[in-house]
Design a protein around this ligand. Structure first.
Ligand code: SAM
Length: 225
């Protein structure tokens, strides 16, 4: 698939945020982790700094740091203006203010760019549903704000193949949030849980201590039984 940066809205989150989305414990951070669709998140850089073995996969890693920075500079004011215009659609318990959200987001993306500029092999240019990774390479695979969120744009087949691929490379998969962009529970969630259940996987929806999209405080954990 041809992938163009013009279609991407880069938005990156921190290790603290990932830890809350995915209920990551200190023991989890001792595991090997693959982040699928990590984009310009500082999760990889920060987790690596504390000793976690972490690899991130995203099609934007086909582009260099300057190109990604330019795209962030173009889209950042647009997203912040949209968030400001629709503030009532979000819960502000976590970030408190729009300025604080803006600072956290920008700092995360700056940290990502500093790390990424050095070209570490921890960033792999690749797109779900295909990961260029050997089977059973990781303990944990994460998807933050990609699977389920774009359910209107990406169909059930794409989601099922992506989750299957994540389960091929990792023993456990966690996905957050379970809402789509219209703030409804993804219509793909139930069929995927049914299919995986029939194949003997254990799927559990867990409430986490993070809610920004109203009702967006659920994480799906999938483990091999
Ligand atoms: C909203 S961002 C989330 C970034 C990061 N996970 C976070 O939560 O901060 C969605 C990411 O999905 C990536 N993406 C788009 N298509 C993808 C695909 N087929 N496979 C993996 N990632 C993809 C985009 O490039 C973008 O970085």
């Amino acid at each position: 698939m041809t992938y163009s940066l013009e279609n991407v809205v880069p938005w990156g989150r921190t290790l603290d945020e990932y830890a809350t989305f995915f209920a990551l414990t200190d023991d989890d951070l001792k595991k090997s982790i693959i982040g699928c669709g990590d984009g310009p998140a500082s999760f990889n850089m920060e987790a690596t700094a504390r000793g976690t073995k972490v690899v991130s996969c995203d099609p934007i890693y086909a582009f260099n740091a300057d190109a990604i920075r330019q795209r962030i500079d173009e889209t950042y004011p647009v997203i912040m203006a949209q968030t400001a215009a629709h503030q009532e659609q979000f819960l502000w318990n976590h970030y408190k203010t729009l300025d604080n959200l803006a600072n956290i987001r920008m700092q995360a993306m700056r940290r990502f760019l500093e790390d990424y500029r050095d070209g570490p092999s921890r960033y792999i240019a690749s797109a779900l549903p295909d990961l260029p990774i050997a089977s059973d390479s990781f303990d944990l695979a994460l998807s933050s704000h990609f699977l389920f969120l774009y359910s209107e744009q990406l169909d059930l087949d794409f989601h099922q193949r992506s989750v299957d691929e994540m389960l091929r490379v990792a023993r456990e998969v966690r996905i957050f949030p379970l809402l789509d962009l219209t703030v409804q529970t993804s219509s793909h969630l139930e069929p995927i849980m049914t299919t995986l259940g029939q194949r003997g996987y254990h799927c559990q929806i867990e409430t986490v201590h993070y809610e920004f999209q109203r009702g967006g405080n659920k994480m799906l954990r999938i483990t091999r039984s």
